[in-house]
Design a protein around this ligand. Structure first.
Ligand code: IMP
Length: 194
């Protein structure tokens, strides 16, 4: 079975093909389907954004499609940055700017108010419209300054629960074993290969 990922990022497809190696599945990117229109991520939830993207891809390509949406939620900021994680400091903002804004917004917050979680929702949609979504979470806390150089986004300030290192201080395999994305992917894999 071919599954089209809602991305043109070939590294993402290579990673998925590695994870699912040995199963009768091949992940393709949108590069194989020229003319695919841009889909605006204007949903209020990770699930609605993931479903919107996967539906659009399944409809355009007439293949099963997989899309994800993820971000960071901080309860003491009313769950911001949430679905706006990639543009918290404004449209087109860099990871660095978003992270700085988060630290600024949380300046003076006591330890008890620094809880946070990463959320990832994956949507799997068939061309006939049938769909299934899988959510993964990792809880932790936001530090007061950046630590570590690995990863991306808010990794340098996120300490997963029970660890005193940030995601940016971990190698990819350690992060994957704890992360929201890793956990959503595990649920997807159990669904596709019960
Ligand atoms: P996307 O939906 O995977 O593109 O993620 C949206 C935004 O959420 C990213 O630009 C990051 O700011 C943030 N984010 C999502 N996952 C992670 C993660 O694993 N580490 C750090 N930041 C993340």
């Amino acid at each position: 079975m071919d599954i089209v990922l809602a991305t043109t990022n070939k590294k993402k497809a290579a990673e998925m093909n590695r994870i699912f190696a040995g199963n009768a599945i091949r992940f393709l990117t949108l590069d194989a389907f020229p003319g695919y229109p841009d889909v605006e991520e204007d949903g209020k939830t990770f699930r609605s954004n993931a479903l919107k993207k996967a539906r659009a891809v399944a409809c355009f390509t007439v293949h099963p499609a997989l899309a994800d949406d993820s971000g960071l939620e901080v309860p003491s900021l009313h769950n911001a940055p949430g679905v706006y994680s990639a543009r918290y400091a404004g449209e087109g903002a860099t990871d660095e700017k978003n992270l700085k804004k988060l630290l600024r917004d949380m300046r003076g917050f006591k330890a008890g108010d620094r809880a946070a979680r990463f959320v990832c929702c994956m949507a799997f949609v068939l061309p006939d419209g049938h769909h299934k979504t899988f959510s993964g979470y990792v809880t932790g806390r936001i530090g007061t300054k950046k630590r570590g150089d690995n990863g991306f986004g808010y990794d340098p300030v996120f300490y997963p629960e029970g660890r005193n290192r940030t995601f940016a201080e971990m190698d990819a395999s350690e992060k994957d074993s704890l992360s929201h994305r890793g956990r959503a992917l595990k649920k997807l894999s159990q669904y596709l290969f019960p």
